[in-house]
Design a protein around this ligand. Structure first.
Ligand code: E4P
Length: 223
């Protein structure tokens, strides 16, 4: 299973990369808006910097509406670095763009997927990745992980190369369930990556071992 980090923050990306668990990065306009980026040039440099930190796919989102504009924007984004994957919204124009971009060899991540049929459409159009948003479904009282299960089930019937990125992850349980289902990728916020590694019993165990070791050292110094 691959772990992507869902952030545009360079410090978070560097920290997660240092853990040795990072396979890629996903960004979106909301995440970019949290960084101090005020020009198109600065945005493209930021994406390039992310690509230099992480040797893996880096999703950058296209914000155009028509298929023609999405294709043009995607070409510009893809030219930033060979690792750039262009996020394309799950719309009919988006599908047209994905189809054309796949023929050009430009990788795409179809975003804002909320049904298995949308994922099927994206896969058939030639998407490299599809991103079901589980947290946003949970937020409105639907079971987000049920959607992932359904997509994996549908994809397993065929030979699509499209990989499933479990997105909009809110907590460690989403990651655990994604792993149990065999999802290809989870894109995880920095805070949740930290939560995956921690356990209160580990912390308590370290504390008591250190206390006991201090007693041993005290005894050693008395000899
Ligand atoms: C994924 O690619 C998206 O950037 C992200 O997971 C959206 O998450 P959110 O619902 O927390 O905004």
């Amino acid at each position: 299973m691959k772990f992507f980090i869902d952030t545009a923050n360079l410090a978070e990306i560097r920290e997660a990369h240092g853990l040795g668990v990072l396979d890629g990065v996903t960004t979106n306009p909301t995440l970019v808006a949290r960084e101090n980026i005020t020009t198109r040039d600065a945005f493209e440099k930021h994406i390039k910097t992310i690509c230099e930190i992480v040797d893996g796919p880096v999703s950058a989102e296209a914000v155009s509406s028509s298929a023609d504009d999405l294709v043009a924007e995607a070409r510009t984004l893809a030219a930033i670095d060979q690792h750039v994957v262009v996020k394309i919204p799950m719309t009919t124009d988006g599908m047209k763009a994905v189809h054309r971009l796949s023929e050009e060899g430009i990788k795409t991540n179809v975003t804002l997927v909320f049904s298995a049929l949308q994922a099927l459409m994206a896969a058939k159009a030639g998407a490299t990745y599809v991103s079901p948003f589980v947290g946003r479904l949970d937020d409105i009282g639907h079971r987000g992980m049920q959607l992932v299960e359904e997509i994996l089930d549908v994809f397993s019937n065929y030979l699509f190369e499209t990989e499933v990125i479990v997105a909009s992850i809110r907590n460690p349980l989403h990651v655990l369930e994604a792993a149990k289902m065999g999802a290809d990728i989870a894109t995880i916020p920095f805070k949740v990556i930290g939560q995956l590694a921690s356990h209160p019993l580990t912390d308590a165990g370290i504390r008591s071992f250190l206390e006991d070791w201090r007693k041993v050292e005290k005894g050693m110094s008395l000899k």
